[in-house]
Every structure is written in structure tokens, then in C-alpha cells.
Design a protein around this ligand. Structure first.
Ligand SMILES: [Zn+2]
Length: 473
């Protein structure tokens, strides 16, 4: 047992091949908010929610077992764009904790090599922090950080951007670069649509499944409620005339419709790259910041509440420059990967000298068969976060809101069956593995807490949304 825990503590190192040969001219990272892997065709969903991304996946590598570090937008993406766990970069589990300027982001590393960087984001919590906070947060290193958002959520005064507007903005930027045939860039496009409330445009609202069989009441609280529809998700049009409730199956239909809408517009960006001849020599990565509970463990239409697969497992599809997926091992990879692998993968593709991170390049052959992959939530207190730890096959969830649970990912990626009672030795081994993994890096950075602006605070409090972060998940 201990024989392989110790080497893990020293495994944080430059792990990619990292030669000076630059393979990719361009890097495109497409992320989608609140998108469960298992609602996409490439991951076996029976509905046609993802025609465009399935086409992209057809000559890329689909990672079956991919995980974020925290099911909350800002810390999840902060971890992804640095290759470190959230507590190591001061982004501890809430949307308000911004990574400080001393943490070097992927965009900063890439830009320092003279490569242009641009981001188009669509979730209100990803807006650039106020200037008086200094150079903090995910915008660091992006020469252009386009966070213009003209839409707002149905129930909360939180701004967002639709997939159509986000794709339009990214395409305008790409159009402006057409003249330069040797153009090099890192482009990040973050879509928001599957994030609740589920309000797809009519043209995408095409799924009508059977009723769930019972209706759920809408809660008064926006977040952190079990057995009910969170207030921020409540759709008045789907409610009975005499009470605030809804058919959860209809909500799931609308969730799928949002994915379909996002997919169409992500597809426009991919098609533009194909048409322009900029597709083939690009590294293209598609993933989500986190998943969404659709009733598992009685959590409905929420994230940031649980460390189980429905909230932490994400799609991960990577197309190497030239579509050379042989270099990544196979077309579908069952070995576990994580958001922490995105940073070293991009660095590897651009031929930049590798930096120490927690992850491994996905272009350097198959991912390691056994390595720790962890996830966190603050619900046990910020000093003692709830955690989940996996060695690739087993996954242990130690979460204050649920009983401890052990899952065998080799046959239960959805984490339906708890095997902890029959496998106490595995539970103890994974707890020890986590202790070593969590403490492996000695230094950490303090984050900067983003102030909530007065207008938002007043509006939220007037609507009764004073729980949780106050600024959504
Ligand atoms: Zn999110």
C-alpha cells in the first residue's frame, strides 16, 4: 500500500515531453458550463443533443473518465488553467475567490512566448474582477478577455451570454485574423447554456419524454436544497396553476435542449476553423467546468452540492494537431484524466518548456494507469474540505452531506453502488492516498475575495437569495 503512495508525493513535476518543436499553431479550448458527459451522444446519450461535437469527437480522443477538481465554476476553471488544485492557487471552492496575480496561468505562459491569447466567456461569475482588485482571476494573461453579457437569468439578477452571442463574438475575432496565414493563438470560448435555469430557445426545445410520475415543489432557497427544485431553477411556465412545482422529467428535457443549442453554436466555431484551414494544425480541447445533478441522491438541478460523478465527471475530448490520435493511445480512453491535464497538454502541443503542475500531458501517450485524481467542496468547512479521491479505478467520496461512499469506476462510472462496507481496506488506502496527495505541495497562494457589487447584493437580498455564495454557481 504505502509502497506507491510515497512516490506520488514526488510526482509533481514537469511531466510532458516538452520539446522545443512546436506542433500546434493554434490552441482552441471550448468549455461548456454545467455539462454532464452522459448527456452527450459520444458518451452514450440516446438523444441527439451533440451532433456537432460528436462529429468533432470522431477524429479526436474521447476520455471516458474525466474529472474536474471542484463542481463550482471559478475554482474549477482556475484549477484547469493553472494545473493546480484549488487550495494551492487561492481559489478555494467558491466563485468569489479569485486566483492572485502571483499565480501564473496558462494564458500568461503562452502569451509570454509571443502567442496571442483571447477569451470569450458567458457566465456572470467569469466577468473580469473590478480593476481595483488588481490583476487577479482567470482573465490574467488574456490579451482580449471578452465578458460582454447582455442576457440575464430568469430568476436572479445575474448576467449571462447566450451560445449564439458567444459564438458570434468569437467568430468576429477569428474573422479579424484571417489575413494572417501564420496566425498563432490560444482561444478560449466558454458557453453557458446548460447552466440553469433551463430556458432554451423554442427551436431547440425538441425533446418531450415521459413524465417523471411525480412533481417536485420549488424551494424558497436558491441553492443547497434536497428533494426540491432550487429557486433559481424554477420555471413558472412549467408549474401547476395552484402551486410552485414542476415535473422533473420536463426539466431534464429542457436541460438536453440547452445542450443541443450550445452544440449548434460550438459547431459553428469548429466549422469556421475547418473552412479556414485552421482546424488541422490546431490542438482542440472540449470539456465542461463541472456537471449537474438531475435527481441523483435526491439533488435536483444543481451543482456545488455533491462530489459524486453527476457533478464532477465531465466530458473531455482532445484532438491533437493533425488529428494524430495514435499518439494519444486510442480513440476512446478509459484511463482517468482530469482538468489538471489541460495545462500540460497545451504546453506540450506548443513546444513550450514544461512547468511543474499536478497534471500530465495527454499528447504523450496513454495517461498513467494509476494516479490520484481528487475533487473538493467547502461544505465541511474551508479548512477541512469535503473530498473525493480516485486512483483511476476506485473512487472514494468523503462528503459532509452524504455517507462516505466507495465506487468501482471500472464498472460504475455513474457511481450508483456504494462498495465501502465490503472493502474497508480500499477505503483506508484511498484515505491515506489522499492525505499524501493533498499535502504534496508545500507552498500555496492566498486568493482574493471578489466583492459583490452593491446593486447585486441589494437585488439578491430583496429576492431572498442570500444563501450560498450569493453570486451563483
Ligand atoms: Zn459552472
Amino acid at each position: 500500500m504505502a509502497a506507491w503512495i510515497l512516490p506520488i508525493a514526488f510526482a509533481i513535476a514537469a511531466s510532458c515531453s516538452g520539446g522545443e518543436q512546436r506542433e500546434a499553431r493554434r490552441v482552441v479550448i471550448i468549455t461548456c458550463d454545467t455539462l454532464r458527459a452522459d448527456r452527450l451522444g459520444m458518451y452514450g446519450h440516446e438523444r441527439d443533443t451533440s451532433r456537432e461535437l460528436d462529429r468533432f469527437a470522431a477524429d479526436a480522443v474521447v476520455y471516458e473518465s474525466a474529472w474536474c477538481a471542484v463542481p463550482v465554476t471559478v475554482p474549477a476553471l482556475s484549477s484547469m488553467f493553472t494545473g493546480w488544485l484549488p487550495h494551492e492557487i487561492g481559489s478555494i471552492y467558491t466563485n468569489r475567490n479569485q486566483i492572485p496575480s502571483e499565480v501564473e496561468t496558462l494564458a500568461e505562459t503562452v502569451r509570454a512566448r509571443g502567442i496571442d491569447t483571447a477569451a470569450f466567456v458567458s457566465n456572470g461569475v467569469l466577468r473580469r474582477p473590478p480593476a481595483e482588485m488588481g490583476d487577479v482571476g482567470l482573465a490574467q494573461g488574456f490579451e482580449l478577455y471578452d465578458d460582454e453579457m447582455k442576457s440575464r437569468e430568469l430568476q436572479r439578477p445575474i448576467v449571462e451570454r447566450t451560445a449564439a452571442d458567444c459564438a458570434d463574438a468569437a467568430l468576429r475575432w477569428l474573422e479579424g485574423r484571417k489575413a494572417a496565414s501564420d496566425d498563432e493563438f490560444l482561444l478560449w470560448v466558454h458557453f453557458q447554456d446548460p447552466h440553469g435555469p433551463y430556458t432554451p430557445p423554442e427551436e431547440a426545445d425538441v425533446y418531450r419524454g415521459a413524465s417523471y410520475g411525480r412533481r417536485l415543489a420549488a424551494a424558497d432557497k436558491s441553492m443547497g436544497v434536497r428533494g426540491a427544485i432550487p429557486a433559481y431553477q424554477f420555471l413558472p411556465e412549467e408549474s401547476s396553476s395552484d402551486r410552485r412545482d414542476g415535473d422533473p422529467a420536463r426539466y431534464a428535457d429542457l436541460y438536453d435542449a440547452e445542450i443541443r443549442w450550445f452544440d449548434q453554436h460550438a459547431g459553428r466555431v469548429l466549422q469556421w476553423l475547418r473552412d479556414q484551414g485552421w482546424y488541422d494544425d490546431a490542438l482542440i480541447i472540449f470539456t465542461a467546468d463541472h456537471g449537474e445533478s438531475l435527481g441523483e441522491r435526491d439533488w435536483w438541478f444543481c451543482h456545488g452540492e455533491s462530489l459524486h460523478a453527476e457533478q464532477v465527471r465531465v466530458p473531455m475530448v482532445v484532438r491533437a494537431p493533425g488529428g494524430k490520435r495514435a499518439e494519444q493511445g486510442r480513440a476512446r480512453e478509459e484511463r482517468a484524466v482530469s482538468h489538471l491535464d489541460v495545462h500540460p497538454t497545451v504546453i506540450d502541443a506548443l513546444g513550450i518548456e514544461a512547468k511543474p503542475t499536478r497534471g500530465s500531458s495527454l499528447l504523450a501517450g496513454r495517461p498513467p494507469a494509476e494516479r490520484p485524481i481528487s475533487a473538493y467542496l467547502a461544505n465541511a468547512g474551508k479548512d477541512r474540505p469535503a473530498y473525493a479521491i480516485s486512483d483511476g479505478r476506485w473512487r472514494l467520496v468523503v462528503d459532509a452531506r452524504d455517507p462516505l461512499a466507495l465506487h468501482d469506476l471500472s464498472r460504475d462510472l455513474a457511481e450508483r453502488e456504494d462498495l465501502s462496507a465490503a472493502n474497508p481496506g480500499e477505503v483506508a488506502r484511498l484515505q491515506a492516498l489522499h492525505d499524501a496527495w493533498f499535502q504534496a505541495r508545500s507552498s500555496s497562494s492566498a486568493g482574493r475575495e471578489r466583492p459583490m457589487d452593491a446593486t447585486t447584493r441589494r437585488a439578491m437580498s430583496g429576492l431572498g437569495y442570500t444563501d450560498g455564495d450569493g453570486d451563483g454557481h
